[in-house]
Design a protein around this ligand. Sequence first.
Ligand code: SF4
Length: 399
Amino acid sequence: MNDSGSDVYFGSIQHGIPARFASLAAKVDEIVKLLDFSTIDKKDKVAIKMHLGFRDGYQTVPVFFVRRIVEAVKEQGAFPFVTDNPTSVYNAVYRGYTQETCGCPIIPVSGVKDGYTYRKKTDTHGVKSMDLAGALYDADVLIDLTHVKGHNSCGYGGAIKNIALGGYAAQTRWKKYHTVYKSIPYWHPDKCIPEHAKKLVESCPLKCISYDEKKHELDIVFDRCNQCMECMKADKGVGCIEIRQEHFSAFQELMAVGAKHVLDTFDKDKVFFINFLIEITALCDCWGFGQPCVVHDIGVLGSRDIVATEQASLDLIAKQGLIEEMIPPYLKSLVFRQEGLHPFAQLHGPMKDPYIVVDYAQRLGLGTRQYNLIEVLSPDETAKMEQPKGVSEGEPSFF
Ligand code: SF4
């Protein structure tokens, strides 16, 4: 990092010439070279943390690129392994990830029964501890290899989310992250009668509100809420519910804390961040199905600074904007058409501003939001290069 920020290398999906040396694969290789894997020592155990997807979801980082990164790690004499949650690892073969295709073992991040973890103490919105995945804890090097996309809980799924949720056992992900909003009061039972609670349930177009009449308990699932405020209109004059920024920021704050615990287990010169901004969907890979891409493919980013990587990724997505005709119909009528709002906040609501987590991460000292974007093999540069002649079938040729 220098005065103007951290270096972030960028390879655009766009190319200036129809040639392999100008394509995204060549740019990934160049970025890996610039990231400088020489700080990886011989025999280091290198965790390549990815989201390997679930079920029918195929929009993860293509194994084609994973293999190239694995080979670059092996060139250092180190031992790479791809890792993710046990479920994703177990059925990764259905999405093309195997030891043979990746070129290295694929290991469940928290053991075969999701119980190989190290407890980390914390104190964030009532969360007192988090179970950090053992395979990350044991590794010498982290390559945080991320498919960038939207996320219904926090607006954005990037490098921070890949380790902040993906670096923990399911118990921490589902019972701590996804319920952290409950630490901030949002319903006042004494002001609410059952008939009014039922009216609130009916008011929500996204079915986020549920009510148990026997227990007189109302729940709002903030993970799915896009802050349309229909429930607040229905609550006018009663005032028994609240939808506030804090209910959404809590998740992002916990993500920054979770990411810090993971990164604290590594030396500073042994962490690398590579974000793929391709197949950018509205929802996370964990939904387990293919989705329309709501932002055009942008390319790949690489840095040694997680905050700078995330800030640059979000800025490039903001510049690109949403592809109107690709917004799924179930989101279309709910999109916030507000100037200056990030595309992911337009999809998931203004209180799910994806920059919030980046800001928390910076405040925790994980990096800087200032960055120098350094483009490699830009279309302008490669357009000036000589085009290869008549190469359509490479060696070895069976023609
Ligand atoms: S603000 Fe959220 S909980 Fe309320 S109606 Fe809209 S989506 Fe549902």
